[in-house]
Design a protein around this ligand. Structure first.
Ligand code: ADP
Ligand code: ADP
Length: 224
């Protein structure tokens, strides 16, 4: 059975704009799926709904057998989301930000585990720095640390390398690969074909709210 099953999703925002139109998709355990599409295609809307932070207008998302709307308490612990930007208190320290995020997701404090994540993301020496003191690349890594803080089995990354330099982009790709080797299922959005080509197993192409196709990467790349 798929770890995530998306059925006939539709999202019409309160201004009347339909950002997703009848999207259905199965995601396999342990795969890396790239959702490829231009700005405004509906990628962020789609992952926000799968993560349970935006309600769909119609349709259903089931994660590990649980409905993301009705059983949010069950699904939220299984999912980590790396958004595009930090929205937390910029005066708070790196350690506290990541640790607090773990608590928000219903897990008991575990300072040793938080330090392990920070170390893994080369952030341990910034443990006590305020977020406002960090470079752009470090802020991105804090976003990832937050998303991993409660030990999710599914990780979503929203445009992880948009506006990032080449070196950091390669770091990000290596990180995604390492997470996959630990068994984490990964869904990322991107508007770079090269990114989908580099790291994904399967690629879904989304445009104007429609999921146009989902294919194994190699099969898709032969067509492009
Ligand atoms: P919903 O239809 O889910 O209630 P809203 O239309 O109330 O969502 O908008 C939620 C938030 O998204 C608001 O803060 C709004 O300002 C913001 N928003 C509105 N239009 C856009 C847009 N085109 N792109 C991104 N964010 C938007
Ligand atoms: P992407 O991540 O592919 O750039 P989004 O899901 O952010 O696409 O946005 C899809 C479309 O929905 C865009 O046209 C955007 O302006 C619109 N949109 C996003 N959020 C809102 C909102 N809260 N209210 C109204 N329109 C929105």
């Amino acid at each position: 059975a798929p770890i995530i099953s998306v059925k006939n999703l539709r999202k019409t925002y309160s201004n009347g704009f339909t950002a997703l139109d009848d999207v259905s998709l199965d995601i396999r355990k342990g795969e890396i799926l790239a959702l490829l599409g231009p700005n405004g295609a509906g990628k962020t809307t789609l992952i926000s709904i799968i993560c349970g932070i935006t309600n769909p207008t119609d349709g259903q998302v089931v994660v590990d057998g649980f409905d993301v709307v009705k059983d949010f308490r069950e699904t939220r612990g299984r999912i980590g989301l790396v958004p595009q930007e930090l929205t937390t208190d910029m005066f708070e320290s790196v350690f506290n930000t990541v640790s607090f995020s773990r608590g928000l997701n219903g897990k008991k404090p575990n300072p040793a585990f938080i330090e392990e994540i920070l170390s893994d993301l080369s952030l341990l020496d910034k443990r006590d720095s305020a977020l406002r003191e960090l470079s752009g690349g470090m802020k991105r890594r804090v976003l990832i640390a937050k998303a991993l803080s409660h030990e999710p089995t599914i990780l979503f990354l929203d445009e992880p390398t948009a506006g990032v330099d080449v070196a950091l982009r390669k770091d990000m790709w290596q990180l995604v690969e390492r997470l996959r080797q630990r068994g984490v299922t990964i869904i990322l959005t991107t508007h770079y074909i090269e990114e989908a080509q580099e790291i994904a197993d399967r690629v879904g192409v989304i445009n104007r709210g429609k999921l146009l196709l989902v294919e194994e990467k190699d099969a898709l790349m032969r067509k492009l």
